[in-house]
Design a protein around this ligand. Sequence first.
Ligand SMILES: Nc1ncnc2c1ncn2[C@@H]1O[C@H](COP(=O)(O)OP(=O)(O)OP(=O)(O)O)[C@@H](O)[C@H]1O
Ligand SMILES: [Mg+2]
Length: 374
Amino acid sequence: MKLFSCFSNCFSSAPDTAIDRGGLEAEEENDQNFTVFSYSELKAATHGFSASNKIGEGAFGSVYKGLLGNGTVVAVKMLSVELESMRGEREFVSEIITLSNLKHENLVTLKGCCVDGANRFLVYNYMENNSLAQILLGGEQNRIKLGWEARRAISLGVARGLAYLHEEVEPHIVHRDIKASNILLDQNLIPKVSDFGLSRILRDNVTHISTHVAGTLGYLAPEYAISGRLTRKTDVYSFGVLLLEIISGQTVVNYDSEHGERYLVQKAWEAFRTNSILQLVDPIVGMNYPEEEAVRFVKVGLLCVQETAKLRPEMSRAVRMLTNDIDIEGVQISQPGLVDDLMNIKLGQKTTFPSISSKASSMESSRSPLSSYS
Ligand SMILES: Nc1ncnc2c1ncn2[C@@H]1O[C@H](COP(=O)(O)OP(=O)(O)OP(=O)(O)O)[C@@H](O)[C@H]1O
Ligand SMILES: [Mg+2]
């Protein structure tokens, strides 16, 4: 799929159907169903951005549930990014329209946006089942008991959504922030990758690690955490961590009194080396799950978090590995990379280096070095 700005299409033609949006003229709905909303429409939809309509808050601002005049339920993200790091009004709308043209079953649909003075809003389809962070890893009251089939479908869906961004969109998009809270689920538990393309638009002027990733460093590929080197393989690493979370129901880092701080990537590597991979599978899954497939999924997770970026598979390969269209039996798996000294990272400063994989590296690879996927 070619990714190009449809700015001119959306704002120039059919003046009789154009609507004035505070200086922006847009067709109410273009071919892509993209809407430039007025502030008053969004205010009405969210009961004046009331606290009771607020459904979450992230690095870019607060998210509100809204009901549009036509009965559509939406999620409205009120961006709270400093204006200097924001694009100009028209450029912003143009970029957002371009992103809204990305259509895939496993991407959240960006329905529209709104510009009101210094305020900017994004409008998405509302996802009934919230995010993986809530239903898989959240508190008891939010959790959904996910069986193996559901986990398989979610893992594959996320992998396909990412493969689309990486390999079908031109120029390709590196997500940069793959993590459980950015995987939303619709009413049928179909996973939808959210926030794709946003960091590029909103964080251009910010150093590669901003304070907002403090809670999510465990998803960061070591080379990105250290030097800011961003490639598609950075996302593959984060996907690998996410995949291990989906299989195990455990978060990236766990604390327990016996072992102290333990990283999921480390646990998975230990389980692999000691031939006890199945112990990693979330007990909630029960006994009746395809063991061979579970082992394969963990191995794919480990391949995705290999320390050397070029040894990680491209996302389309990861998909085919998960579906067993590429046989990974006999593929060499080496120690994963791991940013395991989170406290030592001075956020936003490229001069301070976290230690990489020191715990994992003390464990020897059970097999000889690897074949390359790149
Ligand atoms: N389209 C949506 N439908 C339903 N809930 C949503 C939607 N978008 C966001 N949310 C909810 O709002 C929360 C905050 O989202 P947001 O993307 O702002 O922050 P985040 O994903 O937690 O962190 P980050 O800013 O790093 O992406 C999400 O965790 C989710 O619970
Ligand atoms: Mg998000």
